[in-house]
Design a binder for this molecule. Structure first.
Ligand code: NAP
Length: 339
């Protein structure tokens, strides 16, 4: 084991779009493991859109990421030294170790560390389809969209970590799955590989009328449920085509994460179609985690649930990969390989 390791701190807050100079890479000694503690070597770092929100000093469902500290982030790795009774060296674990190559975990942190079985599901998948993004997809679809067989479900950011799972679960529940994604290549993946019934390339629809026409063609019987990841003009278009008593699971508003306003310009159908619009934060639904994760793990292990990963190599690549994720450079789950 090397004597030093690298970590990335948040050193300034963005004004508008985040940039590389908001982050600083530094090299520090690998921590010494004390009684009751353990040391995890990270193999994978998860990059997720919520991190952009934490970079702001703003009121939200979680406190801001403090300046000068290691960036928050989900990690998967291996216990390399343990002086904690619940873990042994070699355990594969998933936690919130942050943007760094090693993490020292104390008694309190160990309670949040999850040992995982990599004999049926690869370690990295615990950060994607069988981890937070997959469980988010499962919760929003099953508990809020609650679609019945034969209904039409629309999901935005459909080629991403969450959206790709939403559409496949909707298909498995007997629904028509319609994706919205940026670019022909992403739509080809969503339809051809993930098996969605249709996918709309929003970048090829320059205005509201074009997006509406594309939705009308892809969802000829109207939309019963929407799993919303983006906001702005995608959500506006979907609201206009919702059927009576439709459900909208408001999972994310990534079109606004850099400060761009994402107004709902046409709220009339929410009233006229008696829609339910419900936001949710997956970390508040720990109770469904084992339940959802076991369905997702079975899907991944059997090959029924398909997924892709976009992998950046080395910790130093994390800031650029994160900015790329916010621009849509990723296909599927954005990861950084650390070991
Ligand atoms: N509520 C919760 O608890 C929870 C949990 C996890 C994730 N989320 C949310 O779920 C959403 C998806 O997260 P993810 O991890 O699966 O990310 P992801 O979809 O893998 O990646 C983000 C995608 O967003 C799309 N995007 C970015 N800017 C956009 C814009 N201006 N307009 C339209 N699309 C844009 C891009 O795809 P295109 O190339 O297709 O544009 C990009 O690939 C995010 O909004 C995230 O915040 C919420």
């Amino acid at each position: 084991m090397s004597a030093t390791h690298r970590r990335i701190l948040l050193v300034s807050r963005p004004r508008g779009a985040a940039s590389l100079d908001n982050f600083r890479l530094e090299e520090v000694p690998v921590p010494v493991v004390g009684p009751g503690q353990l040391l995890v070597r990270h193999h994978w770092l998860s990059l997720d859109p919520y991190m952009r929100g934490r970079m702001n000093d703003a009121k939200s469902y979680a406190p801001p990421q403090p300046l000068g500290e290691v960036m928050i982030g989900g990690t998967a790795g291996e216990v390399v030294v343990s002086r904690h009774p619940g873990f042994v060296a070699g355990d594969r674990v998933v936690g919130m170790g942050g943007w760094q190559e090693y993490a020292l975990v104390d008694e309190a942190g160990a309670a949040l560390l999850r040992r995982v079985d990599t004999s049926i599901v690869p370690l990295a998948a615990y950060l994607g389809p069988v981890g937070m993004p997959g469980v988010t997809a499962w919760y929003g679809l099953s508990m809020i969209c609650a679609p019945k067989p034969g209904e039409t479900v629309v999901v935005s950011a459909a080629a991403g970590a969450v959206g790709s799972i939403v559409g496949q679960l909707a298909r498995a529940r007997g629904c028509r799955a319609v994706g919205i994604a940026g670019g022909r290549a992403k739509c080809d993946y969503v339809q051809g590989e993930l098996g969605f019934d249709a996918c709309i390339d929003y970048k090829a629809a320059p205005d509201a009328a074009a997006l509406d026409a594309a939705l009308a063609a892809a969802a000829p019987a109207g939309i019963d449920a929407c799993f919303e990841n983006v906001g702005g003009r995608c959500l506006d278009a979907v609201i206009g085509r919702m059927n009576a008593f439709g459900r909208i699971a408001l999972c994310g508003l990534i079109a606004g994460y850099d400060g761009t306003p994402v107004p709902i310009t046409n709220p009339g159908p929410i009233l006229r179609a008696r829609l339910k619009v419900q936001g949710f934060i997956i970390f508040e639904h720990q109770d469904i985690w084992p339940w959802a994760a076991s369905e997702l793990a079975a899907g991944v292990a059997s090959g029924r649930l398909r997924y892709r990963e976009t992998v950046a190599e080395g910790l130093e690549s994390a800031p650029a990969a994160f900015l790329g994720l916010l621009r849509g450079d990723n296909l599927g789950k954005q990861l950084v390989r650390l070991a």
